[in-house]
Design a protein around this ligand. Sequence first.
Ligand code: AMP
Ligand code: MG
Length: 363
Amino acid sequence: MFEILKINSQRPEKCFIQKAVKIIKKGGLVAFPTETVYGLGANALDKNAVRKIFKVKGRPLDNPIIVHIAKIEDLNLLARNIPKDVKILVQKFWPGPLTFVLFKKNAVPDEVTAGLKVVAIRMPKNKIALEMIKKAGFPIAAPSANLAGRPSPTFARHVFEDFGSKIDLILDGGRTKIGVESTVVDLTVKPFQILRPGGISFEELKKVLPDLRLHPSLLDGTFKGKSKSPGMKYRHYAPKASLILVNPIRDSKKWDKVQKGRISNGVEGKEQVLRIQNLIKKYQKQNKKVGVLSSFETKRFYQQADLVLISGSRKNLEQIAQNLFKILREFDKQKVDIILAEGVPEKGIGFAIMHRLKKASQG
Ligand code: AMP
Ligand code: MG
C-alpha cells in the first residue's frame, strides 16, 4: 500500500528508514530526498526492481541510472580499473553531488547501465539517503523521481504529482538543498570529461583535476552533439509550456548590475530585459498566456506578462538553482503557453542552470 512519510532530515526516524528498507529489499520502489533532487530508488543489484523504475518513469531504455552508495568500499564492488585520482575526488567531494563513470563489474546488472560497460556511481550527502543505503546493505539505483522528461522533483509533493500511488513509498524530507542534479564525470577517458554539469562546478573540479575537459556536446551550447551519456540526448527537465531561453549571459559582472529599478546603459542585463519585454508583446498578440522566469531584481520590468515567477537574486546563483525546477512546475500548474526565461552567467552552478534551461527549451 502506498504511503508518504514525513521524516526528519537531521535525525531520520529509525522506524521510517526500516520501512523503506523493507520495501526496497522486497524489490519495491522508494522515493527519497538527496541533496540534489528526489530520487526513485530500487535495489541496484536486483534487475527486476530496476526494470520497475524504467516502467514507472516511462524512461527510455537506453538511459542509464546512477548507483548510490553509502561507503567508499562499495566502489570496488561495482567498478574496476578505478584511477588513482578517485581518492582525492572522494576526499574532497564525497558525500556530495559528484558522480563518477567507471568501468563496471559483473555484479552491476545491464539494466542499470542500459547495456553500457560503464557504471555511474555517487555517494549522496543527505542523512535520510545515507541511512537508507547503509541499512539496506546494498547499493541503490536511483534516477530523479519524476516522469521521464519532466522537471526533477525538489519537494516530495512533486514526486506525488508525477507518480501518485504507483510507487510504494515517498520519504518526505523537505525541500532539496541544491536543486539541480549531480555533476557526472567520465573517468574512463583521458583526460577526464564532464558529461553533465551539476552541483559541483567545473571550476571547483579543475582545482583538483587541472586537465579536466567538458564533453564536446556541452561546448557548442546546443547540447546536440553526439552524447556519451545517453540521457543527454533527450529533451529533459521540461515544463509543458514552450520555454524560450533569452540572451545567455557571458559577462557576469555586467549581469547583476541592476539597481533601484534601473539598469545602466550598455549592460548585458539590459539587453535581456528589453528582449523579454518585446517577446511578451509578440506572444500576447498571438493570444498566448506568457510567463516570465525572472530574477528578483528584474521582476518589475515584466508587469505586462501574464505571470512572473522569481527564481532568486542575480547575486545568488545557488538560490536560482534551488528554485528552478519548482518554478518550472509552477508555470505548468498556471497553464502558461510560453515561458520566457532569463539566462544566467555560465559560471559556478550557473553552468548547470543553463544546461537545464537549454535542455528544457529544446523541441
Ligand atoms: P538522472 O538519474 O535522471 O539524474 O539521470 C542520470 C544521468 O546520469 C543519465 O541521464 C546519464 O546522463 C548519466 N549516467 C548514468 N549512468 C551513466 C553511465 N553508465 N554512463 C554515462 N552516463 C550515465
Ligand atoms: Mg532525471
